[in-house]
Write a protein of this length. Structure first.
Lengths: 350, 326
């Protein structure tokens, strides 16, 4: 099949401007949403683990933007932005973080472990890297059923040390599955620096060993992320097999909100903070002729309203009833029901 | 028609793959070779390489990819070449698969079957003899089955494939070619979660499953013939969820219960069964619940060692006499 290149931005001027502004809204919404989450965590309104993706927003925004309905995504535990860009209602996402009944997992699990399959989002477990075989299985289904869809597996360079990641990539390579492996290399697995995790500079080189290509990309540059992802997703959709992108990035906060990240070099942090993806993209908007002051003002208001509505919705949502801890363990099935009927009948006979 | 336990599993796979195009088989050497035990023989010819997939040696991938495909509507049957190797897929089973529905607000299903050839008595030694069912029988979200007859092997595999939950299906290797039975042609299923009384008796109940069922039935015949003890034998068939009512009925009927399994004693399902009976049928008991299981060691290889640690017919007869005399 000939490869159809999709242009990075809609050719039409008006549509392009709209798309550029939509990207800006997303990247700003993610940052502000996570800042609010950190704040709510300090107020004890969000309990448990909170893993900020601040600094890495360009990756989730730029990777998700070119995807379609029906595509499958396995985000990593820091990818709150995946949920927002894919259109999960912010209120339900906030309710998920607060353990409310209206959250994605209805209070069963915290943070991002509640998936939203109607948006193609698989809720990962805390065993980092375990979602890659799952994502590859989704890609296997797409190939078997000739679905024109792509599976996208997000993982950190930390998770890449897991055997599951190797097993998944190797199988995807053998079967040329429609899967994009997205490595967010933020240089730390909790406190463990990259030098202690791998003996090569670029994780992307591993792709060669699996029979596909690996790319290194500046993960804080939204345009670079978007351009490369769009090109590769298009190639994958046309039957080209798996691809791996390693995005170089940095997390601005600790591993979790409990972590002051004192193990990091402050000079390094400052260097990366100066590569903040948001001002970088604002520079692009300015060069494109947008009135940045006006755009900021509008987006500020929209983001503020969206987040306030989400917080209000979540705070006014009820907690689950205690007995719900025993629900949703099993799918109903004709077999189980038949067994229960049989047991009940036997019980009735004494 | 009389077929072996192995043939029964093979037939179930053929029939379910014919019935539902979303059913597919994946595992090590399952396609060209037809499986290490020939359980998947003929599937490749009948359904082609897209639905009968030889995988690399990668158990976590086999189960994990099965979950991903199942979430999108497929019904994969995933083979662990030996049940012992299931440990390599442990995380995918107990964390990814078992919690999938729970953490997706009840909106996800995980219709996978993990076939695990298990069991000792075939000179398999430490890593080709294990009975790892107890690692899974305490994980909500999973179903765990261990059929002992060709009829059940076929009917329960079909039921497992049609079930919307992850099912771990333990098939005992020693039974593959040693057990034959008339199995009706045509479609039938055996419901998961229902135990079956295999032999009716009044004096004492043996509760067992899988590989030790046939030894228990033999032992019951010997005890009846030589000692006049009337032994009831209950085949659990499903280990999660347990058929608690059937277990309690067996205890209440005879007042003396011997639990037999080839899995290790400590932490085996026998302890749970004894606890259920102790909690809910204590007043019916005429003796403490007894357990006969593999000794608390590893699956030793040398014949005298293996013989020493595993349950067998003679040991069951002795335990029956012992309990009867209590």
């Amino acid at each position: 099949m000939p490869e159809r290149e999709v242009p990075t931005f809609p050719a039409d001027g008006g549509a392009r401007i709209e798309y550029e502004l939509q990207l800006y809204y997303w990247i700003r919404l993610i940052r502000a949403f996570e800042e609010r989450v950190s704040h709510l965590h300090r107020q004890n309104k969000i309990l448990g683990g909170v893993y900020s993706g601040a600094g890495q927003e360009a990756i989730v925004t730029g990777v998700c933007a070119p995807l379609r309905e029906g595509d499958f995504l396995a985000p990593l535990h820091r990818d709150l932005g995946v949920f927002l860009v894919r259109g999960v209602e912010p209120g339900r996402l906030m309710a998920q973080l607060m353990g409310k009944e209206t959250g994605l997992s209805r209070g069963k699990d915290n943070f991002l472990h509640g998936g939203e399959l109607s948006r193609g989002i698989f809720g990962p477990t805390s065993m980092l890297g375990s979602s890659l075989p799952v994502c590859v299985g989704a890609a296997l289904k797409f190939k078997m059923k000739r679905d024109p869809n792509v599976a996208v597996a997000f993982f950190g360079e930390g998770a890449a040390s897991r055997g599951d990641v190797h097993e998944a990539m190797n199988f995807a390579g053998v079967h040329k599955l429609p899967v994009l492996f997205v490595c967010e290399n933020n240089r730390f697995a909790f406190s463990t620096p990259i030098e202690k995790q791998m003996a090569v500079e670029d994780l992307a080189v591993r792709a060669t060993g699996y029979g596909f290509s690996g790319y290194v990309c500046a993960g804080n540059d939204l345009l670079a992320v978007l351009n490369l992802t769009q090109r590769l997703v298009n190639r994958i959709r046309n039957g080209g097999g798996p691809e791996l992108i390693e995005f170089k990035t940095y997390r601005f906060r600790g591993h979790s909100e409990h972590d002051p990240a004192t193990y990091r070099d402050q000079d390094e942090l400052i260097e990366w903070e100066s590569r903040d993806p948001i001002p970088l993209y604002e520079l692009y908007l300015e060069k494109r002729g947008h009135d940045l002051a006006r755009v900021r003002e509008q987006v500020d208001a929209r983001v503020r309203n969206t987040i306030q509505e989400a917080v209000d919705y979540a705070e006014h949502s009820p907690f689950p009833e205690p007995h719900e801890a025993l629900e949703d363990l099993y799918a109903p099935s004709a077999q189980t029901d038949a067994a229960e009927e049989r047991r009940a009948a036997r019980g009735a006979r004494g | 028609m009389e077929i072996t336990y192995l043939k029964a599993i093979n037939e179930a796979l053929h029939e379910e793959m014919r019935r539902d195009e979303n059913v597919f088989v994946m595992g090590e050497d399952v396609a060209e070779l037809g499986g290490a035990f020939k359980v998947t023989e003929g599937l490749l010819d009948a359904f082609g390489p897209e639905r009968v997939i030889d995988t690399p040696i990668a158990e976590a991938l086999i189960v994990g990819a099965g979950v991903g495909a199942a979430m999108l509507g497929m019904r994969p049957v995933l083979e662990m070449q030996f049940g012992d190797f299931i440990s390599c897929a442990f995380d995918q089973i107990v964390n990814t698969a078992a919690t999938l529905r729970y953490r997706h607000g009840g909106l996800a299903s995980c219709p996978i079957v993990i076939r695990a050839p298990s069991g000792a008595g075939v000179h398999g030694a430490l890593f080709h003899s294990q009975n790892p069912e107890a690692w899974f029988t305490r994980v909500p979200g999973l179903k765990v089955v261990a059929p002992a007859t060709p009829y059940d092997a076929k009917g329960m595999l079909k039921a497992a494939i049609r079930d919307d939950n992850p099912v771990v299906y333990f098939e005992h290797k020693r039974l593959y070619r040693s057990v034959k039975e008339d199995v009706p042609t045509g479609d039938f299923t055996v419901p998961l979660g229902v135990a079956q009384v295999r032999r009716s008796g009044d004096d004492l109940s043996i509760v067992t499953y899988g590989g030790t069922l046939h030894q228990a039935l033999e032992a019951a015949n010997i005890a009846e013939r030589e000692d006049g003890i009337s032994v009831e034998v209950l085949d659990l068939r499903t280990l999660l969820p347990l058929d608690r009512e059937a277990i309690l009925a067996a205890a209440r009927k005879t007042g003396k219960v011997l639990v037999v399994h080839e899995d290790r004693l400590t932490g085996g399902i026998g302890g749970e069964i004894a606890a259920i009976i102790g909690e809910h049928a204590f007043e019916y008991l005429d003796a403490p619940v007894r357990r006969l299981a593999m000794l608390d060691t590893h699956n030793a290889f040398s014949p005298p060692l293996e013989e020493f640690i595993l349950p067998n017919t003679a040991k069951i007869v002795a335990a029956v006499r012992d309990l009867w005399a209590y």
